[in-house]
Design a protein around this ligand. Structure first.
Ligand SMILES: Cc1cc2nc3c(=O)[nH]c(=O)nc-3n(C[C@H](O)[C@H](O)[C@H](O)COP(=O)(O)O)c2cc1C
Length: 319
């Protein structure tokens, strides 16, 4: 496999600092992670708790690029300075978040139809930030054509790269990534482009890298949460990792242990672990049955027993 860069996608609630550090203790293959978004704030001073996830002392495991969600140039500039002062040379702007609560306020993918406002934002922000800027975008909010108005705008600015997830906002995660649209973006962009979306296994990666042979940067999200061995497998081009289940179980138990140290109350812990199991279950045969069992657990104390039972029942890795 040629010299590729693999990025861990930001998945808010999942790929936070606790998870990223633990991930790096057990697995390999990622060059960096884009951290889940931090919103800009109105307040004059930025509270330390607001930027806790990206504090360098909380990020020993993996290099990260912090991400900002905002349509407010002044707030963005202020936060970018704070991020730069922490030692980060690059910041990412989120133009992809599809959640209505975000998008309705013209943020994330909800900003994509507003080409002039995006241009105005970049005009204001770029001369006043000390760090490099990258953008993570979907291809539109309601229509795939938003991105074709935006790429000529992006081309006018010194962006370090554009990460494109070729779905539109209202799709959320339904349907397939639109590879024809991605190809057109690739042809029209003057900036390096990172592909993101549904890289599930060696086969999908081989098909994508065969089609987009000029792309050397790839971002993996949900499927790497489901199968944390995925980046190492993609680098090698095949899965030769022995004892995946044993390693995964150790990782899982440590994840549970660390969340128990930091989360308040059993229901928060259970919600957190159930969230992970939504993705983890994708890696195993009988995934639906496994997730159903996990979902039914009410008490954190019972959780360990149910997980042990699942693991002892000849759990089979799917890929
Ligand atoms: C629960 C969840 C939270 C996400 N949080 C973020 C985020 O904070 N910032 C961002 O740019 N994308 C976020 N994403 C989108 C992912 O980074 C990625 O673009 C998307 O999952 C598609 O890639 P995948 O198919 O490899 O998962 C999130 C996705 C999910 C499912």
């Amino acid at each position: 496999m040629k010299n590729i860069k693999l990025y861990f996608a930001p998945i808010r609630g999942f790929t936070n600092a606790l998870y990223r550090n633990l991930y790096a203790e057990f697995f390999s293959g990622f060059d960096l992670a884009v951290a889940p978004f931090i919103s800009t704030v109105q307040a004059k001073r930025i509270n330390k708790s607001h930027i806790k996830d990206i504090l360098p002392e909380n990020n020993s495991g993996m290099p990260i690029i912090p991400q900002i969600l905002s349509n407010d140039p002044d707030g963005f500039i202020k936060l970018a300075h704070v991020i730069f002062d922490m030692g980060y040379e690059t910041v990412n702007w989120n133009l992809g978040c599809p959640f209505p609560i975000v998008a309705k306020k013209k943020r994330g993918s909800g900003m994509l139809p507003y080409t002039d406002e995006i241009k105005d934002f970049l005009d204001k922000v770029i001369p006043h930030i000390p760090c490099r800027l990258t953008i993570k975008a979907r291809t539109g909010w309601k229509t795939n054509t938003d991105i074709f108005d935006l790429i000529p705008v992006f081309n006018q600015y010194p962006l370090s790269e554009i990460i494109i997830h070729p779905r539109i906002g209202i799709q959320k995660y339904d349907g397939e990534p639109d590879l024809d649209i991605f190809e057109k973006c690739l042809r029209n962009s003057n900036h390096p482009v990172v592909y993101n979306g549904d890289i599930k296994n060696v086969e999908t990666f081989r098909a994508l890298s065969g089609r987009f042979f000029s792309v050397d940067r790839w971002m993996l999200g949900r499927w790497a949460v489901a199968n944390p061995f995925l980046p190492a497998i993609l680098r090698k081009g095949e899965d030769t990792i022995p004892d995946k289940i044993t390693i995964f179980k150790k990782f899982h138990d440590e994840l549970f242990y660390r969340y128990r140290q930091v989360l308040n109350g059993p229901s928060h812990i259970m919600d957190k672990m159930k969230g992970y199991w939504f993705y983890f279950s994708w890696s195993f045969e009988n995934s639906q049955m496994i997730y159903k069992k996990i979902k039914k657990v009410k008490k954190a104390d019972r959780f360990r027993g149910v997980v042990d039972e699942i693991f002892s029942n000849a759990l089979k890795w799917k890929n």
